[in-house]
Design a protein around this ligand. Structure first.
Ligand code: ZN
Length: 248
């Protein structure tokens, strides 16, 4: 039997509670909406958790059984516990979990701790965005046309202060003339990270079939490899062996 991918959608879940316009688009929350389209995939077990749940939504029994963690945060970045950030980083670096930070998670503690920069970018009014597919051979771009249009998305603009991505898959063009690297991968330690820019809380990016397909593909790409050996967050000491001893 195929082993299912355990996906945890971790959400700050504050805007929906405070803002009628956001609640009208995502009545049960962005996390519940993303779960609703991911649930069509038989190879995934999808859970939703929120920052205001016990242990900020990620107690050991949840985090340690998560293969791919998705994270949407914005107004509460500072509230995320540093010890939790460290547990997330370790799990990614040791190849036990993939990580998909979404939209305003560019400025979140876990994203910064994992990729290593402040994630700053410029932002502005909501407007049309064209997402260009610039690496169609990538697994995450499978089934995505050469471009697609989001009728309204928050302007996120370069310069985006991230390390050079390992793979740049999507680029955004905005009607005000700005550009943005909108979908890219990073490899850190033995783990895989995919950042995806569309997803402002008062726009409807997650309703777009191409966005849904990208996130679905990204989960399958980010799931941990079956390494066949344990990877720890340390430098193991090598005890010299002879060739014959290695092959025993
Ligand atoms: Zn936003």
């Amino acid at each position: 039997m195929m082993k299912k991918i355990n996906v945890t959608i971790w959400h700050e879940f504050r805007h929906e509670k405070r803002n009628e316009a956001v609640r009208a688009i995502y009545p049960e929350g962005i996390h519940a909406y993303i779960k609703s389209f991911l649930d069509a995939n038989e190879d995934m077990n999808v859970r939703i958790v929120a920052l205001d749940d016990p242990d900020q939504g990620l107690p050991d029994e949840v985090l340690n059984t998560t293969d791919v963690l998705m994270w949407w945060g914005h107004m509460a970045h500072k509230e995320v516990d540093d010890a939790l950030v460290e547990r997330i980083r370790q799990r990614v670096y040791t190849g036990k979990m993939g990580f998909i930070p979404m939209h305003s998670a560019h400025k979140s503690k876990p994203f910064g701790a994992i990729v290593g920069t402040n994630g700053n970018l410029s932002w502005g009014r909501d407007q049309k965005e064209i997402i260009w597919n610039i690496l169609p051979a990538h697994e995450i771009a499978a089934g995505i046309p050469d471009h697609f249009l989001l009728d309204e998305e928050e302007l996120y603009s370069e310069p985006f202060y991230i390390p050079q991505p390992d793979e740049l898959i999507f680029c955004g063009w905005y009607e005000d003339g700005h550009v943005m690297r909108s979908g890219m991968t990073f490899y850190r330690g033995a783990g895989k990270i995919f950042y995806f820019q569309p997803g402002h809380e008062s726009c409807k990016a997650y309703y777009h079939p191409c966005v849904q397909r990208i996130l679905t593909n990204a989960i399958r790409w980010a799931k941990p490899n079956d390494f066949g050996f344990e990877i720890e967050d340390k430098c193991p000491h090598i005890v010299t062996k002879t060739v014959d001893e290695f092959n025993q």
